[in-house]
Design a protein around this ligand. Structure first.
Ligand SMILES: Cc1ncc(COP(=O)(O)O)c(C=O)c1O
Length: 448
C-alpha cells in the first residue's frame, strides 16, 4: 500500500545541511514563528547594563510562540511503518517485537533484549529477575523519576537513596558504597540526563558485594561509556521510549542483558510467567495449544504497532543524537560565560546523547529563586520543567519513614534547577531564543 512512496518528501535547511521536515510540520500542524528580541523594549539597568523589560513585567517576550521542554519527532517513515502494521495480521505478539529486540542488540552490543510496554515495566521485571524480594534493599538515586525506586517496592524491597555528585548530578559511587548492607541486593544506577553514571566504579562495588547492577538508561539511549554503548555494560540495562525520550514508541521499554539465565526470567515475567518453550516445561505437552505458567508474571507486552514505530525511530538515532549534542554544545557555550549559572559537568568516559538539559542557577548571585526564574522564562514563552523532585519527598515515601535531609546534594540541586527545551526538531532560531531568554532573565535579576 505504501510501496514506492518517498521516505522524506520535504526538506528544510539547518546549519547549511538539509534535514527532513517532520510529519507535523509538513501537515502544517504547527507554525514556527520567531520574534527577534532586538525588537523588544530595552531599558537601562543597574550599573549601566542595558536590560530588556521582562515579559513577566509587561515587556515583549523573546519569542511569540511557546516552546516546550521536550517533543517527539515523527516523520513519514514512522507513519508508514505504523500503518503497515495496522493493515497486517499481527497488532501484537507479531514479528515486529523480535525485529525490535534484534535491532536493540545490534545497536548496543547486548546479547539479549526483551521489549516491554514501558520503562517502568522494564525496571520491574529487571528487579524480579535479580531476585529482589521482601526485605531486600536496592540502592538508587533520589534525583530520578519515581519508577527507579518504585521497582524495588513492587517486589517487596526497599529503595535506599544514595546522594548524587554535586557536579555531574549522577549517583556518587562513594555514597553508594556507604549504603551497602547485608540486605542490599542491587544498585539501580540512573544515567541522569543521558550522561552515563560512573559504571566501572559501580560495577566494582557490585562485584565486591555480590550485587546486581541495573542501569536505568531511560535517558541515555545512544550514549557510550568508555566507547561502549549503554545496554552492554551493566548486568541489566533498561530503556524507556516515552515520547519525550530520544526515540519513542508512544510508550515502550526494554531490558538488555548478556546473561542467558536473566533473559529467560525476563521473558517469563513479561508474559504472565507463561512459557511455550518445551525445554522449560515441567510436564509433558498435552498438544499444540499447551503452555505452562511457571511463576507469577505480568502482561508487560509491547504491541507490534509500538515496535514498528521504534524500529523506524531507531534508524534516526544517529541524527537525533547529533542534533541533541549540537544543542547542548550551544547552550553550554552560552551559559558557561554567565557566572550566575552552573553548567552540568561531563565525565570524559561518557559520550553523551543528552535527553535533558539542566539549567542550574546560583541563587546567591540572583535576586530570584528557581520558581521566579521558571515563571519569568515561561512569560518569555520558554516553558521549562523540573527534573526531579527528590523521590523520597513524595508523600508515599514519607509515609514509609523517609525523611528530608537524606541526600543534601540532590535536595540542593532540586532547589536550583530547571530543564530547558531539548529535542531534535528545535531550530537554531529556537535555541537562540532560549539562550536569549535565559540571558535576559539573568540580566534582570543579577545582584549588583
Ligand atoms: C529515569 C527514568 N526511569 C524510568 C522511567 C519510567 O519510564 P516509563 O515512563 O517508560 O515507564 C522514566 C520515565 O520518565 C525515567 O525518566
Amino acid at each position: 500500500m505504501f510501496a514506492g512512496k518517498k521516505r522524506y518528501l520535504t526538506y528544510r535547511k539547518r546549519d547549511g545541511q538539509s534535514c527532513p521536515l517532520s510529519y507535523r510540520e509538513r501537515k502544517g500542524w504547527k507554525k514556527y514563528t520567531f520574534n527577534r528580541s532586538d525588537l523588544s523594549v530595552r531599558k537601562s539597568g543597574r550599573m549601566g547594563v542595558t536590560m530588556e523589560e521582562l515579559a513577566i513585567n509587561g515587556g515583549k517576550p523573546v519569542r511569540e510562540t511557546k516552546i516546550f521542554y521536550g517533543h517527539q519527532y515523527i516523520d513519514e517513515a514512522d507513519v508508514e511503518a505504523v500503518s503497515q502494521v495496522l493493515v497486517s495480521e499481527a497488532l501484537t505478539c507479531g514479528p515486529k517485537i523480535g525485529e525490535l529486540e534484534e535491532k536493540l542488540c545490534r545497536l548496543t552490543g547486548a546479547k539479549y533484549a526483551v521489549a516491554v510496554s514501558n520503562g517502568t515495566a522494564a525496571l520491574h521485571i529487571a528487579c524480579l529477575a535479580a531476585g529482589i524480594g521482601e526485605g531486600d534493599e536496592v540502592i538508587t538515586t533520589p534525583m530520578t523519576f519515581a519508577a527507579s525506586a518504585n521497582c524495588a517496592r513492587y517486589c517487596g524491597g526497599m529503595p535506599v537513596f544514595a546522594d548524587i555528585d554535586p557536579k555531574t548530578y549522577n549517583i556518587s559511587p562513594e555514597e553508594v558504597e556507604k549504603k551497602v548492607t547485608a540486605h542490599t541486593k542491587a544498585v539501580v544506577a540512573v544515567d541522569f540526563t543521558g550522561q552515563a553514571a560512573k559504571l566501572d566504579e559501580l560495577l566494582h562495588i557490585c562485584r565486591k558485594n555480590g550485587l546486581f547492577l541495573i542501569e536505568d538508561a531511560a535517558h541515555s539511549i545512544g550514549t557510550k561509556y568508555k566507547g561502549k554503548p549503554v545496554g552492554s555494560i551493566a548486568d541489566m540495562t533498561t530503556f524507556s521510549f516515552h515520547p519525550v525520550k530520544t526515540v519513542t514508541g508512544g510508550e515502550g521499554g526494554a531490558v538488555l542483558t548478556d546473561n542467558r539465565e536473566l533473559y529467560e526470567k525476563l521473558l517469563l515475567y513479561r508474559t504472565h510467567g507463561i512459557t511455550r518453550n518445551p525445554s522449560l516445561m515441567q510436564r509433558e505437552s498435552e498438544g499444540p495449544w499447551y503452555y505452562e505458567m511457571l511463576d507469577l508474571g505480568w502482561n508487560y507486552r509491547i504491541t507490534d504497532i509500538q515496535a514498528a514505530l521504534l524500529i523506524s525511530q531507531l534508524d534516526k538515532l544517529p541524527l537525533f543524537s547529533r542534533r541533541r549534542k549540537e544543542i547542548v554544545a550551544k547552550y553550554n557555550e552560552a551559559f558557561q560565560k554567565i557566572p550566575e549559572l552552573f553548567v552540568q559537568e561531563e565525565i570524559p568516559e561518557s559520550d553523551t546523547t543528552r535527553h535533558l538539559y539542566i539549567l542550574r542557577i546560583r541563587p546567591e548571585k540572583l535576586s530570584v529563586d528557581r520558581l521566579g526564574f521558571f515563571r519569568a522564562l515561561e512569560a518569555e514563552n520558554i516553558c521549562c520543567n523540573v527534573h526531579y523532585i527528590p523521590v523520597y519527598y513524595m508523600p508515599y515515601y514519607e509515609k514509609l519513614g523517609y525523611k528530608r535531609g537524606l541526600c543534601p546534594e540532590a535536595e540542593k540541586l532540586y532547589e536550583e534547577e530547571l530543564s530547558l527545551p531539548l529535542y531534535y526538531s528545535l531550530t537554531d532560531e529556537d535555541v537562540d531564543s532560549v539562550i536569549r531568554g535565559v540571558e535576559k532573565v539573568v540580566a534582570a535579576y543579577r545582584k549588583p
